[in-house]
Design a protein around this ligand. Sequence first.
Ligand SMILES: [Fe+2]
Length: 434
Amino acid sequence: MNVFALFFSLNLLFLCPFLSQADVPELSREPPRPIVFVPHDRSKSDPQQVHVSLAGMDHMRVTYITEDKKVESVVEYGTQPGKYDRKNTGESTSYKYFFYSSGKIHHVKIGPLEPNTTYYYKCGCNGPEFSFKTPPSSFPVEFAIVGDLGQTEWTAATLAQIKSQDYDVFLLPGDLSYADTNQPLWDSFGRLVEPLASKRPWMVTQGNHEIEFFPIIEHTTFKSYNSRWLMPYTESLSESNLYYSFDVAGIHTIMLGSYTDFDSESDQYQWLQADLAKVDRKMTPWVIVLLHAPWYNTNEAHEGEGESMREAMESLLFNARVDVVFAGHVHAYERFKRVYNNKVDQCGPIYITIGDGGNREGLATSFKKPPSPLSVFREPSFGHGRLKVIDEKRAHWSWHRNNDSNTVLADEVWLESLSALSSCWPSSQSHDEL
Ligand SMILES: [Fe+2]
């Protein structure tokens, strides 16, 4: 038995009971489709698993992995194919997990960059040329949003449908690879998403499948996730890669961590409070939040799992007049009305669960009956969402269900930014003072 076979067997023996504690016991779910394992077909010195992310004002971070540890952390880039007039060096890391040793994980921050511009780039002076487009500096801006992505044939269908229509930034509210300690699946996931993630910034937050705690053997949580998916937390004055924020044009986006401390004494709470206090709705009329375990959910799967975080943090988001909160975790789609403290409130956020990327666990098909008056639309199908922010007041949200070979617009709604609703702002206080 080779080391990987031994590793997989140990996973099955010891880990599955543990993982089943992280997820609710099996509900009636449609059968998932097989995993798509994407092999490595480049040389050891070529970059693989290339993805880009926003890294502070006018900057992007290019992440790539090489098996050859001698390859440098350097990105050459320019606005014409094959002509790289600029070059930045970065940092690298690697990690061990049980018998697994990662490749050299390179993170190179580049910029300043022009908005809405295509850049061509090469990683480590080896391999193919890639290109990405920076987001625009003004409206309209379009986000593609989906959580619980995984790497099955359903995932491939979701990615193909996202790719078929342009967008500016990809947002993922947790549960990426479903490697679940089987580390080569992190590499396969990186290769599966590369055709999209090397072209547009991918901004992610963590889910329970990123924890990868392994009793006795591995106690460092989020080891793979933090090594591979470095997000702009230092740029947003956060102490942790598990929560951070960034601006795209007039939208302030906050990524929260459902699986790190969130009580009022916690670093995350203090950071969120300070981050929200800095928001200027004249500069960023829209504020959206992403997290993994939903605060509002009428599916029987994961019922109540986001409740303690909701109790701790909901008033912060409400008082800041956050426009929309996206969550994953529940493998279905659900859209709520504007809500605060379990009641309809026109000054509360709209809550949307979009955990329907296509992971190996299948769908969460059982919704509670009778339906909650807070819930507007709910359906257990794979798909993805799009938030197109038209201007400082209007945005269009749409949910696109996967069909076998095409995508179907199944739910849509026009949103108005709370920054434009004077009734939600006490007359004695301006937006800036709240
Ligand atoms: Fe999850």
